[in-house]
Design a protein around this ligand. Structure first.
Ligand SMILES: [Fe+2]
Length: 266
């Protein structure tokens, strides 16, 4: 299994603060069944901008330490890019780290409350450059719960979605959990990620969340979103596409029944 979203690199963001913590986090993920972790520190426009070379260098250090600690797990570089209007220009100039450094996929984060008006433009310009945007934890944006059609339109234009496993525990509240289950149930999720920031105090982590994913989507889809789709990222290949997505619950709404979205908007 491959985790495409994690904050395990020490000292680069609000995630791990020491190599000791990084090793504990990595060990916990390995015990949950992960074989590969893509490290995705937060990248923001501005003074504290994190350059891809720096991400690459710290990833290399962590790889060495993980090997020395005899933890059998692969660590690859990546970034979680907070959206800004010039993001495509920065990508074009080689200033952003793609997932696995394969030059094809960018993990993107949006503001939690208001989705910026320029979001579609940024996605489109990235696609023109041959980059596929992957939206981090779509279920956690309040702004998208109010406008699920917007999310659906993105997916139909080739934007891919990464679920945060912790959303399934109710950590972010019942609405986020319900939204997460709905997206999974409608086959709208392409990847999962731990979004791990620190060492978990409980021994077993992510096992239950992964079982929930498996229960909702079935074995075949589970393999796709935890293994085959992320493998394609790392090979720089295209992840599915061509099918038209729709929301079953939304379709039901049109027949006059109160669907899930009605519940969310209350
Ligand atoms: Fe994150």
């Amino acid at each position: 299994m491959i985790d495409i979203h994690s904050h395990i690199l020490p000292g680069l963001d609000d995630g791990s603060q020491s190599i000791a913590d990084t090793l504990r986090m990595v060990r916990q993920l390995q015990e949950a069944g992960l074989k590969t972790i893509i490290a995705t520190p937060h990248v923001f426009e501005g003074r504290d901008f994190l350059h891809p070379e720096e991400i690459q260098a710290v990833t290399e250090q962590v790889r060495l330490q993980v090997a020395e600690a005899e933890i059998r797990i692969e660590i690859l570089p990546g970034a979680e890019n907070y959206i800004f209007p010039d993001l495509p220009k920065w990508a074009k100039d080689g200033k952003l780290m793609t997932l696995g450094n394969t030059g094809k996929y960018l993990l993107i984060e949006l503001p939690r409350l208001d989705i910026p008006r320029y979001t579609e433009q940024v996605f489109f310009e990235l696609q023109v450059l041959g980059l596929t945007p992957i939206l981090a934890h779509p279920e956690r944006y309040i702004g998208l719960m109010a406008e699920p059609e917007r999310l659906l339109a993105w997916v139909n234009k080739g934007i891919l979605l990464q679920l945060d496993l912790r959303s399934l525990t109710g950590k972010y509240g019942p609405q986020v959990q319900h939204f997460a289950e709905l997206l999974l149930g409608n086959d709208l999720i392409h990847f999962v990620g731990s979004d791990v920031h620190r060492v978990s105090q409980t021994e077993a982590i992510y096992g239950e969340e992964l079982r929930s994913v498996q229960r909702i989507v079935g074995e075949e889809k589970f393999e796709a979103i935890t293994r085959f789709n992320p493998q394609r990222i790392l090979a720089g290949e295209r992840v599915q596409g061509g099918e038209e997505y729709f929301l079953k619950e939304l379709a039901r709404d049109k027949k006059g029944k109160r669907g899930f979205w009605g519940w969310l908007r209350r």
